[in-house]
Design a protein around this ligand. Structure first.
Ligand SMILES: [Zn+2]
Ligand SMILES: [Zn+2]
Ligand SMILES: [Zn+2]
Ligand SMILES: [Zn+2]
Ligand SMILES: [Zn+2]
Ligand SMILES: [Zn+2]
Ligand SMILES: [Zn+2]
Length: 1774
């Protein structure tokens, strides 16, 4: 034991000693500061013969003494280090370089500097970047915000994204932009010749020489140190003079361990606090390493072993080294030196060039290596900070110099394979790997081509990629299914190579050299090798009997396919630009395919098929019984190239160079056909036992992300094959692969539905699928090269078909279109030609709607429709046609003509086999279905017939001679089949001709749905016949005639329908007109009756409720307060319980009824957000400060329940919740433990209930009404009695003079509770809720503050509602929704009653204190000054607590109403004074021509008297007019809130004038409140009483202090709070956020900058660095902020996500659509699309209204109810 403690103490001593010596060292350094001369040092170096030795010596001496002297990371320490480095280390280097004082020497250099034409601004994480969609050469070309704003592109279609960090602005790079490469700031000024000159020649030769040597030495030093791997030793020449025993324990970053693990481990290992551990972990994550302990070797080594031990359990341990302090110091200095180099070259392009040369100089003795090579090749071994620093230097030097950028690119390409291999082994982000520089080098097209030619880059990339995917099956194909996690990780990283390949291929060359051709074709070979490894991978085999045991891995293969899709597309693009390349590539691809197909024809004997008089040989193969693969990239590439042959017309111009004759069409079609059959069989349900993986693969095969290079190309391949074959042969093979041949070849087709075939449904689906495939093969001609179309036609057609389903938003359309390499869909260029745009409202998004003239292009069998799309589109189109009064046939649209290479495809439509198939299906359809055929089948056949007829009509109309017409479908379907019976497999003759069948089907009742289509077909046949007859007789004129005839037949038909529709419409309109006429008549006759019923209708809204009263009472003035108030005529208040549906009377002694309600703290009205929230224990809420910094708001959905019913409901909810939590461990959207529940009717979030109480009884008009003076006197006496009674109680002894009690005032009287037990209980419930929520404390019924909080929520809620009404310019009464009206009404009546459940003495004490603000009371200490009291709150509390005093008055001679009125008057005067004291001083020189009114005069008088009391503190005000108008505006909110309060308190009917907006409000308001409309008369009339009071108010020391600048002065009227102003352009916000740094971790970029919409603070959200402790729990910056800024409620804008965030408390939150929209009326949550976003004010106002209405918590509640995943988010970490 002893030895143990001894070891420990020695360690501690060691540490102490080290610290001690450092302190000595640093003080010694200080003296050297003074004596050190950089100039002398520099000249000494200059004289030396070995400069490097001298400099190293200097560094060896100083570096360890300046840098890394301990663990502290304080900013002062850093500054000191910085300064010392500059003075002692860099200054001499600068002297040496410049030969003079750096401060003067740099100026001339800078003058001569030709700044790089490149902007080169390096992007920070999260900074906005802009790309022009019209001019950028590729999407990687971006501009910084400054360049963008001064470029031409800001008026183009641009795209905005946030940078992931790294990368730089491409402004000034002529190759990056098709147009406008320079912004205004970077437009080159000098002649272009200047840039050609060698900038080094501009420098003095001596300086050049010195520059070379200094840069070489420093760079070499930095490279040595950064690549140094010894922990305890330094390179030669740098060894310190004396080596102390001081070490660091250095912790390195990895991507395996989590933050939590590292923090936990550090706390254990180095014994630090959690906070320090978080700081360490953050730095490790940011810089890649951090010293976590400093001391002697043992001390550090101990920490190391703890860390290693603690982190090695599940994974490879954290990397920790114990390093000697001098090594660490030199490494730190090396980083600083690199930064220094980066800075010094900014002064001069000459110096920059010199550094470039030094960087790339061959190292003597290592011929093929330079210093930069050393760095690159050690990249993966360096820590993050080191990598970032030297990458930054690369960007500032080599990448800024166009000449050296090329040389560097070559070195980079030479090292490419090695760098990528290192990167695979490294676990850091790609962003911090040197390999990520490829984007800077390869995306420059000339550079990319140069590297392709000189370094064979394309081949290198592809071969490297293939080498890294080592798992192969015996056939050499990729095999991903047995990947370990490690291999999967590597697979993820290796994909970045595809990205590099994409960069290289981004733009096809404008011209080809022979070398480029050779190298490209070499690369193409490599690419084919890659595709060969994919051809046939992941084969599947139909599972029969048993379900597969394990879902096979399929995603990796599809990921690869998806990644390669763009590459394949680009390779084809390259091929299309050069004939020679295309031909060679085609040949290579063909031979690769033959190689893949090598095994195919072998095996079994071919089988021979015959049908309809034709026969063909084919393989014996069945998809349902043998292996089949979806991956056929070689086939598909060949299909793509085949189309190119057609598109570029190479096939027709130089057919002799093509190996077309070598093509065996049977082989070409085989694999794609198998794949399509597989899809059909999966649809038919034949592969159910193969599980989901197959379904997913089929899904992706058709999905927009893959289909271009999968499904689409398979169709093309079938088209190519079919156009080279006899159509009958082709169809027979298709039938055979679909395993349907036997059906159509059997001698008796009818047999099919006689035999009970159990697979009939499957077979039907297969027939449907096969017919669909034939439709696609013949009809899909919108690929350039297949059909004669333009590229945009294809896009347009896609859009038309998407919009045929339903109107769509821009982003939905974008998603439906395949992106090309430039992420462009081509959508914008055609959308406006086919669709009209409908703008969005306050919710929803803008939609595009197809214009009607494009409907005729609709094709029901559009190949990109899924089955669901198809049926939706069909329904929509039929509906549309019915609405237009047209027939519902959906005939095929006329397709574009085929290109010559594919021309013979049309023959499929009229070949014998197809006719036989059509005949068979029609034959079946004659009889009502017994499951033996389907309507879909028939529909497809009709479609095929229609296509054939269209083709024939088209040929007839467009040919000049009869010979051009090869089509005679119409006559073929007319003829009976005349084949003899002898041939085997022939269609039986018993069936009639197709035409005859159609005619007989036309009127079949069971085919009603297809009637219109059949009619259309028959008409077509008729019109074709007519054309043929005319053409055969005469010339081409008849054609147009014939066409005209055809048209007229159709037109006539259409016209007839239209006419009928029009007639119907007219008839309808007439009837309507008649009816409305009758109605008018009726109304005028029964006017009164009608009005009555209208009123009844409106009676449900609160407005109407009063209107009937007001009509009676308008003449007599209505008053809501005081002895003359009008009570509500006593009406029974009947309500219905929403839970038991029973009616109930609201009575004081009845069963309690309650309203569901939600109480929350609020800062919505706060005028002082910097005020700290009160500490609950010591906070006295009796006086609300006028800044209203924290209030309690109550809202209700207005739903009423029995208290007992509610209690039962709540208990049930509680129970359910407990069970649910035990079972699922999930939370709900509401927190039951905090009393939360959802309203059982409307699911509104609630946390308490308000009891319903009866209305106040009308006042007793018989009692006298004392004057203010008399009342005040009586009240003072009563208070004195209470004081003395209280003293007696507490002291017992009475040395005081007993005050005389007014008559009838009984101190000892105990009033009876006017309420039943159940109501009292509910009063208590709500009181406790207000108390608990308002103060954030546990319930405590004994606390005297309980009633105050009930009053408080009443006052605050009224204030906030008044504020909203005012801003929305709504009348004070009658415009509130019922739920708010009910809420305020019951809340006010409750507050008036709540004192009954508190001890009387408590309420007395409150009243006495409240009154003491106005009427000084010697017994009350430190009453607040009137400037720190909100008068409305004072009024409410005063009036509500006065009842407790008045109830002791038993004489019956006074009414409580007198007291209310006097309190109102007194407080109104106090508020007047408050307003005058704080009125603003701005002196408006308004004309005072108008007469001085009485009000103005009196206002001035009062102001003057205030000035007397206060002296010069008040400013001079000359204009009475101005003063009075200020006062009038300022007191308005008080009067309005008071009117609302007394209205609800006394259930007084409001005057009609206050139920509308308009003039006369002031007078109506004053009269309603029983106040003179000249308020100053209140002061004037009681001058003698008030003057001394006013004097006392002004003399309160607080007043003077307040006015002289002691805190925030609240002025009246208080301005309403709004959410902060947001910029119109969203990128402004992004830019703001990108320059925002985390306030905690010195200058670091924040990852999730989040803007508080309430106060405008920017926060560092969702990050460890800014977590704070709130109520004993660590929470994120947003949650912490809500506690101060919004009292628990927060509204934020997450800038980088473009998302609004609502937070309530710690556990609740939701996302809300942001108020920013793009030009298409859509939000971009997540900023994925990058369209420019602009502020939509209406939406922002909507959010603001939500906030001001205190609706945020409710929105969150609803969102969480609707979406349970929101509940699981840890909102408190945001
Ligand atoms: Zn720029
Ligand atoms: Zn620029
Ligand atoms: Zn542009
Ligand atoms: Zn009930
Ligand atoms: Zn409700
Ligand atoms: Zn805020
Ligand atoms: Zn932070």
């Amino acid at each position: 034991m002893v030895s143990g403690s001894g070891v420990f103490s020695s360690k501690a001593e060691g540490k102490m000693a080290a610290a001690e010596s450092d302190r000595n060292a640093s003080s010694a350094l200080c003296t050297e500061f003074v004596n050190f001369s950089a100039r002398d040092t520099a000249s000494r170096w200059l004289a030396a013969n070995n400069l490097q030795q001298e400099v190293y010596h200097h560094l060896a001496e100083y570096v360890p003494r300046i840098l890394c002297l301990g663990l502290s990371g304080g900013s002062r320490e850093e500054q000191r280090e910085e300064l010392a480095c500059q003075l002692l280390l860099f200054a001499p280097l600068e002297w040496l370089l410049l030969g003079e004082d750096p401060s003067t020497g740099l100026v001339p250099l800078q003058k001569k500097n030709l700044s790089s034409p490149l902007c080169g601004h390096v992007f920070k994480v999260g900074e906005p970047t802009y790309s022009c969609r019209e001019c950028a050469a590729d999407p990687t070309c971006v501009l910084c915000m400054q360049c963008f704003l001064s470029s031409m592109h800001k008026d183009h279609r641009y795209r905005m994204t946030t940078s992931g960090g790294g990368g730089f602005c491409d402004c000034g790079d002529a190759e990056a932009w098709k147009m406008g490469p320079y912004c205004q700031n970077h437009t080159p000024v000098g002649s272009s010749k200047a840039t050609e000159e060698d900038p080094v020649a501009q420098l003095h030769p001596d300086m050049v020489a010195r520059g070379y040597s200094i840069f070489s030495i420093i760079l070499k030093y930095a490279v040595d140190m950064l690549t140094w791997d010894q922990e305890n030793q330094l390179p030669a020449g740098l060894e310190p003079l004396e080596k102390a025993d001081s070490y660091y324990c250095m912790l390195f970053n990895d991507e395996v361990h989590t933050y939590e693990q590292v923090i936990y481990t550090l706390q254990k290992a180095v014994n630090c606090s959690q906070k320090e551990a978080v700081a360490f972990a953050t730095t490790v994550d940011r810089d890649g390493r951090k010293c976590v302990r400093y001391g002697d070797f043992q001390f550090c080594d101990q920490a190391k072993s703890v860390i290693v031990r603690n982190t090695s359990r599940q994974s490879k341990p954290l990397r920790v080294h114990v390093m000697h302090s001098s090594v660490v110091a030199h490494q730190c200095f090396a980083l600083k030196a690199l930064s220094w180099l980066g800075q010094i070259i900014q002064y001069s392009d000459g110096l920059r060039r010199i550094l470039c040369q030094v960087c790339l100089q061959r190292i003597p003795g290592r011929e093929d290596s330079s210093l930069i090579d050393c760095l690159m090749l050690n990249d993966s071994k360096m820590w993050k900070g080191a990598r970032n620093t030297y990458h930054q230097l690369l960007m500032n030097s080599l990448l800024m110099d166009l000449k050296y950028k090329k040389i560097f690119a070559i070195q980079f390409a030479k090292n490419y394979r090695r760098l990528q291999t290192d990167y695979m082994e490294d676990d850091h982000d790609r962003l911090v790997s040197v390999t990520s520089l490829s984007v800077q080098l390869f995306t420059v097209p000339t550079m990319a081509r140069m590297l392709m030619v000189e370094e064979n880059l394309m081949t290198t990339i592809i071969r490297t990629f293939v080498d890294h995917l080592r798992h192969r099956d015996p056939q050499g194909r990729f095999q991903f299914d047995r990947y370990t996690a490690q291999q999967a990780f590597k697979f993820g990283r290796v994909q970045s190579l595809i990205g590099d390949l994409k960069y290289v291929l981004i733009s096809p060359p404008p011209e080809w050299s022979d070398q480029l051709r050779n190298k490209f074709l070499e690369g193409f070979d490599a690419f084919l090798d890659l595709l060969k490894c994919m051809q046939g991978m992941d084969p599947v085999m139909r599972q029969v009997g048993q379900h597969i045991e394990m879902e096979p891995e399929w995603e990796a293969a599809f990921t690869l396919q998806m990644k390669l899709t763009h590459i394949i597309y680009m390779i084809q693009e390259w091929c299309s630009t050069d004939e020679l390349v295309l031909i060679q590539a085609y040949k290579k691809c063909l031979s690769a395919l033959s190689h893949c197909l090598g095994g195919l024809p072998d095996g079994d004997q071919p089988i021979s098929l015959s049908l309809a008089g034709h026969s063909v040989d084919t393989f014996r193969y069945q998809v349902s019984q043998e292996k089949v693969s979806i991956h056929l990239p070689v086939c598909r590439l060949l299909a793509g190239l085949h189309v190119l042959l057609s598109r570029t017309e190479v096939a027709s111009r130089v057919p002799e160079q093509l190996p077309l004759s070598e093509l065996c069409p049977h082989l070409l079609i085989e694999l794609p056909l198998r794949c399509l059959v597989l899809c059909a069989q999966v649809h038919a349900g034949m592969w159910r036992r193969n599980g989901f993986s197959l379904i997913n693969q089929i899904y992706y095969y058709h999905n927009v992300k893959c289909r271009v290079e999968m499904f689409d190309k398979d169709i093309v391949m079938l088209q190519a094959g079919a156009s080279m074959m006899d159509p009958n042969h082709f169809l027979m093979i298709v039938l055979s692969r679909f395993e349907l041949f036997h059906i159509f070849s059997s001698t008796d087709i009818r047999k099919r539905y006689r035999e009970a075939n159990k697979d009939l449904v499957q077979q039907n689906t297969l027939i449907e699928e096969m017919l669909h495939l034939i439709i696609m093969i013949v009809g899909e001609r919108y690929v350039v090269g297949v059909g004669q179309v333009e590229p945009l036609d294809e896009v347009r057609r896609e859009i038309i078909h998407q919009l045929s389903i339903r109107p769509m938003a821009h982003s939905e359309l974008v998603k439906a279109l395949p992106e090309n390499g430039n992420k462009e869909t081509g959508l914008e260029r055609v959308i406006d030609s086919v669709a009209s745009f409908k703008k969005p409202g306050v919710t929803g998004r803008g939609l595009y709607e197809l214009r009607p003239e494009w409907n005729k292009h609709f094709n029901l069998y559009y190949h990109h429709y899924s089955r669901a799309d198809q049926s939706k589109a069909e329904e929509a189109q039929r509906k549309l046609r019915r609405q237009n009064g047209e027939d519902t046939a959906l005939p095929p649209p006329l397709p574009p003509p085929l290109c010559p290479l594919f021309a013979s495809l049309v023959n499929l439509l009229q070949c014998d086999v197809l006719l036989a198939v059509q005949g068979a299906v029609l034959q079946w359809a004659v009889e009502p279905s017994g499951g033996s055929w389907t309507e879909s089948m028939l529909q497809r056949v009709l479609h095929l017939v229609g296509m054939a007829l269209l083709e024939e009509q088209h040929q007839l109309e467009n040919s000049s001679t009869d010979d051009d017409v090869t089509f005679n479908y119409a006559s073929r379907i007319t003829r009976q089949h005349t084949h003899t019976h002898t041939r085997p497999g022939e269609a039986p003759s018993t069936s009639g001709s197709v035409l005859a069948l159609l005619e007989s089907l036309q009127n079949t009742p069971h085919l009603e749905a297809h009637k219109d289509m059949i009619t259309w077909i028959l008409k077509m046949v008729g019109s074709i016949k007519t054309i043929r007859e005319r053409t055969s007789s005469t010339s081409s004129i008849t054609i147009s005639l014939g066409q005209g005839l055809g048209e007229t037949v159709r037109d006539k038909d259409k016209a007839e329908r239209k006419r009928k529709a029009e007639m119907a419409r007219l008839r309808r309109e007439k009837i309507m007109a008649q009816m409305s006429e009758m109605q008018k008549h009726f109304i005028s006759e029964n006017k009164e009756l009608f009005q009555q019923s209208m009123e009844e209708l409106e009676a449900s809204s609160s407005a109407a409720e009063y209107s009937s009263h007001s009509s009676e009472l308008t003449c007599t003035s209505q008053v809501c307060v005081g002895p003359w108030r009008m009570g509500r005529s006593e009406r029974r208040q009947l309500v219905v319980c929403i839970l038991c549906q029973e009616e109930q009377d609201v009575r004081g002694h009845g069963r309690a009824m309650v309203l569901a309600a939600f109480i929350q703290r609020s800062t919505v009205l706060s005028k002082n957000r910097s005020r700290n929230l009160p500490v609950p224990e010591h906070y006295n809420p009796l006086f609300m400060h006028p800044d209203l910094s924290l209030g309690i708001h109550t809202a209700s959905c207005g739903h009423i329940m029995h208290a007992t019913c509610w209690q039962r409901y709540f208990e049930a909810v509680q129970l359910k919740e407990q069970r649910r939590q035990q079972r699922l461990r999930v939370h709900t959207s509401y927190d039951v433990e905090n009393g939360e529940f959802l309203c059982p009717l409307c699911e509104c979030l609630s946390n308490t209930v308000i009891p319903l109480l009866p209305h106040a009884s009308p006042p007793d008009h018989s009692v006298e009404h004392p004057s203010l003076e008399a009342w005040l006197k009586t009240t003072n006496q009563q208070i004195a009695v209470l004081h003395s009674a209280h003293r007696k109680q507490s002291d017992g002894a009475s040395g005081w003079v007993e005050p005389v009690a007014p008559k009838g005032f009984k101190v000892t009287f105990t009033p009876q509770s006017p309420f039943s037990n159940s109501i009292s209980e509910m009063i208590n419930t709500f009181s406790m809720s207000a108390y608990k929520v308002g103060l954030k404390v546990d319930p405590n019924e004994q606390d005297p503050r309980v009633p105050v909080l009930s009053w408080s929520t009443c006052a605050y809620t009224i204030q906030s509602i008044e504020n909203l009404l005012m801003d929305e310019k709504k009348p004070l009464f009658g415009s509130l929704p019922c739920r708010q009206d009910d809420c305020l009404s019951s809340l006010t009546r409750f507050s008036a009653a709540c004192w009954t459940s508190a001890p009387l003495t408590t309420v007395h004490a409150h009243f006495i204190r409240l009154l003491s603000v106005l009427v000084p009371d010697s017994q009350v200490e430190d009453a607040p000054c009137i400037l720190s009291v909100d008068m409305f709150h004072l009024l409410v509390y005063g009036v509500l607590s006065y009842s407790s005093l008045h109830c002791l008055e038993q004489s019956g001679r006074s009414s409580v109403d007198s007291g209310h009125l006097h309190l109102l008057q007194l407080i109104t005067v106090a508020h007047l004074v408050q307003i005058l004291l704080t009125s603003t001083t701005e002196d408006q020189s308004m004309d005072e021509d108008t007469e001085v009114s009485e009000e103005q005069e009196l206002t001035c008088q009062l102001y003057r008297s205030l000035s007397q009391h206060l002296g010069s503190v008040l400013p001079e005000v000359s204009s009475g007019w101005q003063l009075w108008s200020c006062v009038k505006a300022a007191i308005m909110p008080f009067l309005r809130t008071a009117a609302l309060f007394f209205h609800y308190l006394n259930s007084a009917v409001p005057p009609a004038d206050l139920m509308v907006e308009g003039p006369g409000q002031w007078e109506a308001l004053c009269s309603y409140l029983s106040l003179p409309s000249n308020l100053l008369l209140l002061h004037q009339d009681h001058h003698t009483l008030l003057e001394p009071l006013i004097h006392r108010w002004c003399c309160h020391p607080g007043v003077r202090q307040n006015l002289q600048g002691g805190g925030v002065i609240v002025r009246f009227p208080r301005e309403s709070n709004r959410l902060i102003n947001l910029p119109e352009d969203y990128s402004v916000l992004i830019n703001q956020a990108s320059s925002f740094t985390c306030p905690r971790s010195g200058g670091d970029k924040s990852r999730a900058p989040t803007l508080c919409l309430v106060c405008g603070s920017m926060l560092c959200s969702q990050s460890y660095c800014c977590q704070m402790e709130v109520e004993g729990e660590d929470v994120g910056a947003c949650t912490a902020h809500t506690f101060t800024c919004g009292a628990g409620i927060g509204l934020f804008l997450r800038v980088r996500e473009s998302q609004v965030l609502f937070v309530a408390g710690k556990t609740k939150g939701c996302f809300y659509p942001p108020p920013y929209l793009d030009d298409y009326g859509e939000t971009d949550q997540g900023l994925k699309r990058g369209n420019p976003l602009h502020l939509c004010l209406e939406r922002y106002r909507k959010i603001e209204r939500l906030w001001r209405q205190h609706g945020i918590a409710e929105v969150i509640g609803h969102a969480q109810e609707a979406n349970q995943t929101l509940v699981a988010i840890d909102w408190q970490h945001l």
